[in-house]
Design a binder for this molecule. Sequence first.
Ligand code: SF4
Length: 298
Amino acid sequence: MKKALVLYSGGLDSRLVVRLLQDQNFEITALYFALPFGCTGCNLLENLNQKEKIKLEILNVNKEPLLSEYLQILKSPKHGTGAGINPCKDCKIFMFKKAHEYAKKHDIQLIATGEVIGQRPMSQIPSAIKTIDEELGFEILRPLCAKKLRETAVEKSGLVDRSKLLEITGRGRKKQMELAKKYEIEYPSPGGGCLLCEKSPALRLKHLLEKNLITEKTLSLTMIGRHFYINNTWFIVARDAKESQIISTFKNHIPDDYGKPSVYLSKKSGEKEATKLQEAYSTGDNQEKRNKFKKYKL
Ligand code: SF4
């Protein structure tokens, strides 16, 4: 049986790719990347349609050793970033290379993605696709827009019938939605997006990366609370009971206490500041105290 590895996000485009390749008698393995700051809106398992009959593999980039490798890319992306600190081209190259390793190990002849030319400004315009492909040194099939791209080896060899691939371009979703109807695919609305593209969390993450404060252990903290950096110490003030609960699982923290939020501190020596922060963000009118910490906010 012919085998294909599809980079799978759970969204409509990658699900269409699964169907297109199944129509060409491929056995599909869907490779999902759980990225540290990537899309949070797709509940993969919930979206996994039984009808699709695919094998699902998850590469967890929130854990070592993949996490360090990924953080290194964020620190010094070779191909630049978008509006935030999103290194889309490098991020894609990272995922494609991991997919390639997986495909080689499992004798899979073809790697495919749901990318569409012109759909995303940073990684899916022709020049970006060219840069990515040149750096990879192996080919990726993009079935949704393949007819707009150069013929790949798997098409030339007849493994894939190019005439049955598509020529979708641009940001519109009309064609994909028509196909979803045809294949009876129920698909989720687009997810929560990538935090790296958003200016405010991106600045905070940039600072934390520079100070080497993001680790497998502290990763969950980067997404919660109010953040401060004072005298080489990272502080996070909980905004609600749920965040207080998360912070309380860390060794270095000041527990919450009747209207006072819990506070994480990266160094024990910061306890005095942590107590002041807790006071400033406790219930009541503490604006003056809060203002003193403004300049330290991440
Ligand atoms: S938006 Fe860019 S950086 Fe974020 S997950 Fe997608 S490719 Fe990676």
